[in-house]
Design a protein around this ligand. Sequence first.
Ligand code: BGC
Length: 414
Amino acid sequence: MTNKLRACYTDSPDDLSINYFPLFIRTEKGKFLALDLGGTNFRVLLIELSENHFEMKSKIFAIPQHIMLGSGEQLFDHIADCLAKFMKEENIMKERLALGFTFSFPLRQLGLTKGLLKSWTKGFNCSGVVGNDVVQLLRDAIKRRGDISIDIFAILNDTTGTLMSCAWKNQSCRIGLIVGTGSNACYVEKQKNAELFDEPDAGSGQVLINTEWGAFGDNGKLDYIRTQYDKNIDQDSINPGKQFFEKMISGMYMGEIVRQALERFTKEGLLFGGKGSDLLFTKGRFYTKYVSEIESDYSGVYTNCREILEELGLKHATEQDCVNVRFVCECVSRRAAHLVSAALCTLLNKMDEPHVTVGIDGSVYRFHPHFHNLMMEKISHLINPHLKFDLMLSEDGSGRGAALVAACASAKKR
Ligand code: BGC
């Protein structure tokens, strides 16, 4: 597995986004805005930085499905609308603040404020955006409104935001990881090893590499472990043939993998006395949060499990059914944790730094009761024995990281 991941990098170097961000940003002060698009929620944040301290206000806005699948113009108008509403509520309509934009999709990044969308992932599919600069699309939408003015100072991936915001607290943070709706990681690489990065060394000798590892396996390298469930999930997705690794791991798909297994075992007479329910047989109706809730039951107790099965119209489930349902959930979440750990170890072993902290965000890592422990155990097996690591939960990582990068970039301009 680890060697294959490395092979994937060298096979398709075009898929790497390489960015440089300065890692020491503790001295910036003032108010900064951030937008965070790409996970379960869209968030607008206002961050006030003072010496070694920050205050943060944020608001979550929904992105309705018709916008996720509509036109790019509709999406960016909606984002600008949410931003304006937030600025009004916070009484900063008249201020011209620096903004960092966390945009968590694969980008061909051409600079700190220029990124062309390579492809949509995670349920988004807005027309007219692929191949275009998303910063410009946001600027255009803000201009169309005419009631707010903003300086966009940075566009970054959520992994980068997570790394930046963890590094603000803990300078041994060298990897940013997301295990949420999607999955991805970025890491700090020595600039001399980044052959595709031809800008002069800005002083640190380091660059951030966004691996976009969700796409690992799209070239067939994971076929030997992809199951029929993984193949069905891919076929039914809005981006078939893409993001194979992500589809085996992340929150957008985990519940559906479990549901498919439960459907099959029911139809084979192995679960629920062979009698399923409409909801159990409905695609997408076994939510990933159920996996976390079922595995949160104390061992031998099935309170959450029973409640969820009842909600799904499976009141007739026996104690043995509950044992089996929990087992299926454990198999699927354990596989996800092990795959993430294997990929992470590839990075840790490649970096070969004595001690690396991994900043992590995302709903699966945050809410699954055993994900952290499963990862700790598996990484300890796979990491080169002389290396040490920590896994650090990032609080509001990606959005806050965007504001920190905007703070740094705007200070540099001054
Ligand atoms: C995107 C990445 C992102 C990850 C986690 C993936 O679908 O391609 O850019 O970092 O999700 O949000």
